[in-house]
Design a protein around this ligand. Structure first.
Ligand code: ATP
Ligand code: MG
Ligand code: MG
Length: 381
């Protein structure tokens, strides 16, 4: 009996558990919250990620440790390494936890990035604005997610307001200024690398965000094969440099046919949820195969897929389930404004059929606005 320990007990852990059940895997979770939704499906240790006693209870009987939450303190992952293999490893995690180190690495690897500068004090912000220009975005280097910890600077006159909002974090999590990219599309490549170095990527996914949070994903993205190949090559370069093991996502902006890297997520990713029904092997199953040293599954698609995120509260499942190719995922969470509570995936054999199913889903759920950009993309010539 193999037991996988997961640091974090949110929906990503929950979907890993669902993917691991047919493989005969057991799971053990650690999360600061007793209400964690993955805890409905597997034993949960409640404790902070830096609490050694909690970590010791968590790792007992665990064969391999992985994450659904990437901001686990580096000390904790180092400590865990004395008790079980940890994948992805602490080095990869450390790079991905810090926007400055990840962008520096992207640049070093020849992966284009928006211009950026570290900011450590108020004068440094002015220097960064002078060098990078406006519009730009001031972001916390660490701990940001779903667009939190960011301030958009439209002109130098916004510098005071930006400092007011985030300056207090300059000495703690650190700050970075990034040039604002007037992109036409946002895409991500979700990829997996095994313990033996085998690398596979799923087809490129196009993503739509609302208020900094993912709203919809379409796969395969409607881009030419060369762009797809470039994105996949960037992901492979990154994975090899980091000696990465497991699934990760590389978020990219597409501007005038060129790709610029935004960030990487060292874990299964929201833009890869469509792989559960839309690919031969899901990101969750392949992540488990990778961290356990098992052969990786095929990442080929089954037709066309679109994922829609449900934020705040779940829409009406019954209405949705009549939509052809529709698949429902309720994470078992209580409703809260902005919280990711579930998602749906629509899968179809053709783009025409997918657009029809999406329009139908938009109608029955009263969410035409959410499906509209995806339908428009599918209907482009
Ligand atoms: P995630 O939940 O994906 O981890 P995050 O909080 O780490 O999000 P980012 O991915 O950096 O934040 O930014 C969130 C969104 O804000 C991006 O997907 C993009 O839509 C927009 N954005 C971020 N940086 C830039 C930029 N430099 N230029 C233009 N838009 C940007
Ligand atoms: Mg992020
Ligand atoms: Mg992001």
């Amino acid at each position: 009996m193999t037991t996988v320990g997961i640091l974090g007990g949110g929906q990503l852990a929950r979907m890993m558990i669902l993917a691991g059940a047919p493989l005969g895997l057991r799971f053990q979770l650690l999360d600061p919250s007793a209400e964690s939704c993955a805890g409905q499906l597997a034993p949960l240790q409640v404790g902070a990620f830096d609490d050694r006693a909690a970590l010791a209870r968590f790792v007992e009987g665990v064969d391999v440790v992985t994450f659904d939450f990437e901001n686990v303190p580096a000390d904790s992952t180092q400590w865990l390494l004395d008790h079980a293999p940890v994948f992805p490893g602490p080095q990869a995690l450390a790079v991905a936890q810090d926007r400055l180190s990840e962008k520096t690495l992207f640049r070093e690897l020849g992966i284009p990035v928006p211009d950026f500068a570290a900011v450590s004090d108020r004068a440094g912000l002015d220097e960064a604005l002078a060098r990078i220009g406006t519009p730009c975005i001031l972001k916390t280097r660490r701990l940001g997610y779903d667009g939190k910890g960011q301030f958009r600077i439209k002109s130098p006159a916004d510098a005071d307001a930006a400092w007011e909002a985030l300056g207090a974090q300059a000495g703690t999590v650190g700050l970075i200024v990034e040039a604002f990219v007037p992109f036409q599309r946002e895409v991500s490549v979700v990829a997996v690398r095994g313990r033996d170095g085998e690398f596979r990527a799923w087809p490129l996914t196009e993503n739509w965000h609302v208020d900094g949070v993912l709203s919809a994903s379409l796969a395969p993205a409607r881009v030419d094969a060369a762009l797809q190949a470039t994105a996949s090559a960037y992901a492979q370069r990154l994975a090899e440099r980091l000696d990465y093991v497991g699934v990760f996502a590389l978020e990219l902006f597409c501007r005038d046919g060129e790709l610029l890297a935004n960030e990487m997520a060292p874990r299964v990713h929201n833009s890869g949820h469509w792989t559960i029904e839309g690919a031969e092997t899901s990101q969750f199953e392949n992540h488990l195969r990778a961290v356990l040293g098992l052969p990786l599954g095929e990442t080929t698609m089954r037709g066309h897929a679109c994922m829609l995120n449900w934020l705040g509260e779940m829409p009406d499942a019954t209405a949705f389930l009549s939509v052809p190719g529709g698949h429902w995922h309720d994470y078992g969470k209580t409703s809260r404004a902005g919280r990711k509570v579930g998602h749906a995936t629509l899968r179809a054999d053709t783009e025409v059929a997918l657009a029809q199913a999406l329009s139908r889903a938009g109608q029955v759920l009263g969410r035409l606005g959410q499906v509209a950009p995806v339908v428009a993309r599918l209907e482009e010539g």
